[in-house]
Design a binder for this molecule. Structure first.
Ligand code: NDP
Ligand code: 8X3
Length: 250
């Protein structure tokens, strides 16, 4: 029977590539984001391959999260897979110059948003004693780099929450995985730099990971046998050795 995957942040980057990959590979999809036009367009594209339902909500809005998930039609109520992917960096400033609004956005979206969505979906997995949660962390959750401060903190939190979920959900046979990418070429830097042209330079001079690379890894993670859980995976582009060491051509 086809499994149903709930993907947050499916309107762009890693989430969108994952939706495409999973549709191709026979998963049913619930795709989420704030940009309704993009959700509708993606649904139209993927409906040729699988059943797709869209949910428009901001993960920061607790009520909206619970209402959206409660509103799922009967045929989409059973969620087998939760991919907590929605998130971004906002700003790249030293902590003494950082914007409080940026800090709020990162903690509210990357950490609390992930918790709200998880809170709404985990009970049915517990009841059924099955399910798979994949949280998209980051290499920024493994180390702290200059000016990364609060983004790194939010991703360290994602990894800690993932470990906590794996422990607490262990009695219920629920798999919990963290996938932690290094540099992936998406809209991530456009958001981080708020439209500043320096966003364009982040992926220049080397071959960054592509969102499809992460989608492949997510598909691999979801298709291991029942006794195998990918607990925590770190992936870099070959040109990258850690957050600050990237081999670039001149
Ligand atoms: P994109 O900016 O391309 O995509 C981000 C997605 O998150 C969009 O679909 C966006 O949808 C959604 N999103 C952002 N804020 C909210 C919100 N408040 N409520 C609901 N959805 C939201 O970036 P990526 O694909 O790169 O990022 C996906 C994840 O991967 C993030 O968690 C990011 O931290 C992580 N990551 C990215 C890396 C990179 O180098 N690109 C490396 C490591 C991790 P919408 O705007 O429609 O709401
Ligand atoms: C995104 C990768 O290096 O910008 O999580 O933090 S990085």
């Amino acid at each position: 029977m086809k499994r149903t995957a709930f993907i947050t942040g499916a309107t762009s980057g890693i989430g969108m590539a994952t939706a495409r990959n999973l549709a191709r590979n026979g998963f049913r999809l619930i795709i989420c984001g704030r940009r309704k036009g993009r959700l509708d367009q993606l649904k139209q594209e993927l409906a040729k391959e699988t059943d797709v339902h869209t949910l428009k909500f901001d993960v920061r809005d607790k009520t909206a999260v619970f209402n959206a998930i409660e509103s799922l039609p009967k045929s989409f109520k059973k969620v087998d897979i939760l991919i907590n992917n929605a998130g971004n960096a906002h700003g790249l400033d030293p902590v003494n110059e950082g914007s409080v609004d940026d800090w709020d956005a990162m903690m509210d979206i990357n950490v609390k948003g992930l918790l709200y969505v998880s809170k709404a979906i985990i009970p049915q997995m517990v009841e059924r004693k099955s399910g798979h949660i994949i949280n998209i962390g980051s290499s920024a959750g493994k180390e702290v780099y200059p000016r990364g401060n609060v983004y790194c903190a939010s991703k360290h939190a994602v990894i800690a929450i993932t470990d906590g979920m794996r422990i607490d959900l262990n009695p219920y046979d629920i798999k919990v995985s963290a996938i932690n990418p290094g540099l992936v070429e998406t809209e991530f830097s456009e958001v981080r730099f708020k439209g500043d042209p320096k966003a364009n330079t982040v992926y220049q001079g080397y071959k960054a990971l592509q969102p499809e690379d992460i989608a492949d890894i997510i598909h691999f993670t979801l298709t291991r046998p029942p006794h195998v859980t990918i607990a925590d995976l770190l992936v870099f582009p070959t040109a990258q050795a850690n957050s600050v060491t990237v081999k670039k051509s001149d």
